[in-house]
Design a protein around this ligand. Structure first.
Ligand code: CA2
Length: 146
C-alpha cells in the first residue's frame, strides 16, 4: 500500500504570490500556502510533496512520479489550466484523485479563464476561496482516501 502522501502542484508564476498583484491573488506567499497544506494534511495523517514550476514538462514529470508514491493530487495549474492538454493527460494517466484549486474566481475574470482542461479530469474544483481553497482540497481528498 502506497504511503499516505499527497502531491501539491503549483504552476507558473505562483512563486510570485504575496509579492505582486495582491488585489487579485492576496498577500499570502507560496511558502505559507505550502506550510498550511503540510499542517492540514499532517493533522489528517498525510505527508505532502510540494512542487512549483514555471515549466510545463517539470509539472508533468512530477505528476507522473506521483503514481508511485502518492494517493492524491492537489493542483493549481496556473495559466496552464486554460492551455494544457498535456497536463490534463498526465493527470488522467496516473489515475489518482485530483483536486483543482484556483485562488481567484476564474469565472468572474476574463473569458479565456473560464475554460479549464484540468476540470474534466478533476474530482473537485474550487475557485475564489483564496488559500482556504487548498485546505478544502486537502480535506476533500483525505476524506475520500479514508
Ligand atoms: O486563480 C488562480 O489560482 C489562477 O490559477 C492563477 C493563475 C491564472 O493564470 C489562472 O487563470 C487562475 C496565475 C497565477 C499568477 O500568480 C501570480 C501571483 C502573484 C503575482 C503575479 C502572478
Amino acid at each position: 500500500m502506497t504511503e499516505r502522501r499527497l502531491l501539491l502542484v503549483n504552476g507558473p508564476n505562483l512563486n510570485l504570490l504575496g509579492t505582486r498583484q495582491p488585489e487579485i491573488y492576496g498577500a499570502t506567499t507560496l511558502a505559507q500556502i505550502e506550510q498550511m497544506v503540510v499542517d492540514v494534511a499532517g493533522g489528517l495523517g498525510f505527508s505532502v510533496r510540494a512542487v512549483q514550476s514555471n515549466h510545463e514538462g517539470v509539472l508533468i514529470d512530477a505528476i507522473h512520479a506521483a503514481r508511485d508514491d502518492c494517493r492524491g493530487i492537489v493542483i493549481n495549474p496556473g495559466a496552464f489550466t486554460h492551455t494544457s492538454v498535456a497536463i490534463a493527460d498526465a493527470l488522467s494517466a496516473v489515475e489518482l484523485p485530483v483536486a483543482e484549486v484556483h485562488l481567484s474566481n476564474v469565472h468572474r475574470r476574463e473569458p479565456f479563464r473560464h475554460h479549464s482542461y484540468v476540470s474534466a479530469v478533476a474530482e473537485m474544483v474550487i475557485a475564489g476561496a483564496g488559500p482556504l481553497g487548498y485546505e478544502y482540497a486537502v480535506r476533500y481528498l483525505a476524506g475520500g482516501l479514508g
